[in-house]
Ligand binder design. Structure first.
Ligand code: C5P
Length: 285
């Protein structure tokens, strides 16, 4: 985060669900999850400047997908922190929307971090931000986290280790509720308790590969192109783990080093110039 007296810039990283097990459903319809979450150093940027009124402007490659109306998550996050204070907020939208990488949630969390600094206020708690969206608590404190409940029960596991990641989105927006509705089983086993030390990267990534994203199957049923994305990542030399994030459609590959990561990203970009492809590293707050 960079800050001067009257302006603060905060990064809103892409969220990756390294695995996501759906373990139950609550009476209110929300699903109980057991997920490992980390963040990638590709993302949006929020800049907040002191002003009398609250306002939002948006630019960047995915700006057209978003509304600047009062229901935008960035403005809702600002009003949650303090409904009476003003700021001129600018969002640079570099991540695809409705893409399973928590873009809107990460924007809201970055807004809260920026405004808490600008307005000299404490950050709200996970319980306070949960009504804005189930993914917002986990985006408040990027690192490596285990996320349970519907997204509010967080166990920080320290910083994410160094990883070489490729993210690929085929350019379709998926509705999260629709993907959850397509689940055939809502009662899957949680994560096993024997996770290796994340800094023993090979055995940790091997362990991750044995886990699942339970939303991958219903997402592929809704949008078969996700299967093509997974195959394209899987075909690249040096991949250690290939999986969909969140409710899709973005998928990621973890590669053995920066050279195989960059070669994979270049090959997929060449083969599918219509897809969004980002080569990245991990991101910790
Ligand atoms: O909370 P958020 O608005 O991000 O969630 C969008 C939708 O995704 C919810 O309305 C719900 O249908 C579904 N969802 C769920 N279980 C979760 C998170 C989201 O069923 N844990």
């Amino acid at each position: 985060m960079t800050a001067s007296k009257d302006s603060v810039t905060a990064f809103a990283p892409a969220k990756l669900n390294l695995c996501l097990h759906v373990t139950g459903q609550r009476p209110d319809g929300y699903h109980e999850l057991d997920s490992l979450v980390m963040f990638a150093a590709t993302g949006d940027t929020i800049t907040a400047t002191l002003a009398d009124d609250l306002s939002l402007t948006i630019d960047g490659p995915f700006a057209d997908s978003l509304s600047m109306e009062a229901d935008n998550l960035v403005l809702r996050a600002a009003r949650l922190l303090d409904p009476d204070r003003g700021a001129r907020i600018h969002l640079h939208k570099a991540l695809p929307v409705a893409a399973g990488i928590g873009g809107g949630s990460s924007d809201a969390a970055a807004t809260l971090r920026a405004l808490a600094t600008l307005w000299d206020m404490p950050l709200p708690t996970a319980a306070e931000v949960l009504p804005l969206g189930a993914d917002i608590p986990v985006c408040m404190h990027p690192g490596l986290l285990r996320m349970e409940g519907i997204g509010e029960a967080l166990t920080p596991l320290g910083p994410a280790p160094m990883l070489d990641i490729v993210l690929v989105n085929p350019g379709i927006a998926l509705s999260t509720p629709e993907v959850f509705k397509g689940l055939r089983c809502k009662d899957n086993p949680p994560l096993p308790g024997d996770m290796p030390d994340p800094f023993e990267i090979d055995s940790w990534v091997g362990w991750l590969a044995e886990q699942r994203n339970d939303l991958q199957e219903p997402a592929i049923a809704a949008a078969p192109v996700i299967g093509e994305v997974l195959e394209a990542l899987d075909a690249q030399p040096g991949n250690q783990l290939v999986r969909m994030s969140g409710s899709g459609a973005t998928c990621f590959g973890i590669f053995e080093d920066a050279a195989t990561r960059d070669a994979a990203a270049a090959a997929i970009r060449t083969a599918r110039p219509d897809w969004w492809v980002a080569a990245s590293e991990e991101w910790n707050l």
